[in-house]
Every structure is written in structure tokens, then in C-alpha cells.
Design a protein around this ligand. Structure first.
Ligand SMILES: [Zn+2]
Length: 293
């Protein structure tokens, strides 16, 4: 999946938030659905394994969203993901072609193109970059800032964490894990500049770390416990330098995953902090030629 396409999906979400008149957090995906005469329906409690669905009818659609985690942020993310299938170019056509109903597994755990695009749309819709940067700059760097972002934007903690990594000028890496495996990871541009970093693949083993010890007791995850540790760049990103990092950990409750935030107080700030959106977009589709890649 091309990064450019995902970036476009995020920007499409931001544009829809703006079109519907949202100028500050929270962006309400229910109001957007209502304005488009899309029916919202909570998913029956006994249906597991999907986060939601969208069913297209003649001129409208029904969105079915998950309430199983009993978490408003996750519900909003689930609704926003389905709205992505409504608003993103090509999605309705693809879904209608295959029968008109689509089951989703939202929140960045899937690799198929329309699921990832819808996740990025949802993230742009609920967390427009302007609002996100402003909130992050007024709050603590690291897990506290991410939790504040999720609370203010009323979105899932994982979406807030990913968006914080995308929008932060400061070096930050976020890792979502389950048991002793990595589910996915995102790093901010400035974090990538800390060294030659290995890519953390889905399914790769967690390194020996506070996160791995935390996950060894499933109750920590379920009870949404928090923990902190000290680690370094080399432990997580094989082959990179010994830069000391703070490791902040939180269990994501019934969702069953753990979020780890790696950052540090003495890391170099990003000199390209003030870079505008157009320049960033250009950078994303300009081929990068580098030795050793
Ligand atoms: Zn979907």
C-alpha cells in the first residue's frame, strides 16, 4: 500500500471535517452520518470479530458500529472508519460490486488497502493535523499528551497515538503489541532521523523490555494498567545507536492490545518543525534515493 494513497485518505478525512464546519475538537462522526441520512446502528453484542460494517442501499447506507469495548473513542473511530467507505473515492463502487455490504476490522490491525485507507480517513477526520499539533504543543510529550489527545478528540487511544507520531515535530515512536508480538509501529519523521532504524514488522517478537514483561501478565492489559521503563534505540531498532529512551506503557483494556510510547527528554528536536503541509505532501511522493536501501 503506497504511503501516498494513505496520506490522501487522511487528508480526505480532514477535508470532510472542515466541510462539515468543525473548527475544534471533538469532530462528531455521528453528526456527519446524520447530515448524509446514513442510519447508525449499534452492532448486536453477540457478533464478534468485526468492528463494524456498512451496508449500501439505493441512495443511502446503514453503518453498524461496535459497542463491545464500551468505549466512546473506539465507537467514534469505528463510525469514522465506515464513513471512510462512504466518502473515499472508489470505496462505494468496490463494496457495491461485491454485494453492497462490507465488514470492517478497524483500528490499524488489517493490511488490506480499503481497510487501511478507511483507518487513515478516520484518523484525519477525528484528528485533523491543525487541531492535533496545537493540542500536542500545549501538552506533555509522551503518553500523557496522547491520552489527553484521545480524550479531547473522543477517539481511540491507538488512533491518537498514531496521529501524534504523524504530527509531532518531536521524536516519538509508538508500538502496539499483543502478547510477545508486535502488532504494528509508527515513528515520527524526526524519530527516523535518530539512526538507521530496522522496520518493526507485524508479528515480530517484542524485544526484552518493560513492555514484554508487562504483557506477560494479561491482567495488566485488561485492567488498563500503566508502567514505565528505560530502554534504548538499539533494543527496539536493531543496529541503531545506544540512545536512551523512556518507555511508557498502557494496557488498552478489553481491546486486548498494549500501547508503548518511546520518547526521551534529551533527543534532538526536529529542525523542520515549521514545514508546511504542501512540502510534506511533496516529500511523500518524491522518490527517495539513498545508499544502502
Ligand atoms: Zn472497513
Amino acid at each position: 500500500m503506497a504511503g501516498f494513497q494513505l496520506k490522501m485518505a487522511t487528508q480526505h478525512g480532514e477535508k470532510i471535517a472542515e466541510q462539515f464546519g468543525f473548527t475544534q475538537f471533538p469532530v462528531d462522526p455521528r453528526a456527519i452520518a446524520e447530515a448524509r441520512d446514513i442510519t447508525l446502528q449499534a452492532k448486536p453484542a453477540d457478533v464478534h470479530g468485526v468492528s463494524g460494517a456498512i451496508v449500501f442501499a439505493a441512495d443511502s447506507a446503514t453503518i453498524i458500529y461496535s459497542t463491545e469495548y464500551n468505549n466512546e473513542g473506539f465507537e467514534n473511530f469505528s463510525i469514522a472508519h465506515e464513513l471512510g467507505h462512504w466518502f473515499l473515492p472508489g470505496h462505494p463502487e468496490e463494496i457495491i460490486k461485491s454485494g453492497g455490504a462490507h465488514m470492517s476490522r478497524a483500528n490499524f490491525t488489517q493490511n488490506t488497502s480499503i481497510e487501511l485507507e478507511a483507518d487513515h480517513f478516520a484518523s484525519g477526520l477525528l484528528l485533523p493535523s491543525g487541531f492535533t499539533r496545537k493540542l500536542l504543543s500545549n501538552n506533555q510529550i509522551g503518553l500523557d499528551g496522547i491520552l489527553k489527545l484521545a480524550e479531547t478528540a473522543r477517539c481511540s487511544v491507538t488512533a491518537a497515538a498514531i496521529r501524534a507520531a504523524e504530527c509531532s515535530a518531536y521524536p516519538v515512536a509508538i508500538i502496539v503489541s499483543k502478547g510477545d508480538e508486535i502488532a504494528y509501529a509508527f515513528t515520527s519523521e524526526s524519530f527516523k532521523n535518530l539512526g538507521k532504524l530496522a522496520f518493526l514488522r507485524k508479528g515480530a517478537p517484542l524485544p526484552q523490555s518493560a513492555t514484554r514483561r508487562f504483557n506477560a501478565d494479561a491482567a495488566n492489559v485488561l485492567r488498563a494498567e500503566r508502567a514505565v521503563g528505560e530502554t534504548d534505540l538499539a533494543t527496539w531498532f536493531d543496529g541503531s545507536g545506544r540512545i536512551v529512551l523512556d518507555e511508557e506503557i498502557i494496557g488498552l483494556g478489553k481491546y486486548g492490545y498494549t500501547l508503548t510510547v518511546l520518547t526521551g527528554e534529551q533527543l534532538p528536536e526536529d529542525p523542520f518543525d515549521e514545514e508546511d503541509e504542501d512540502a510534506e505532501l511533496e516529500k511523500s511522493w518524491t522518490p527517495r534515493f539513498a545508499y544502502g536501501r
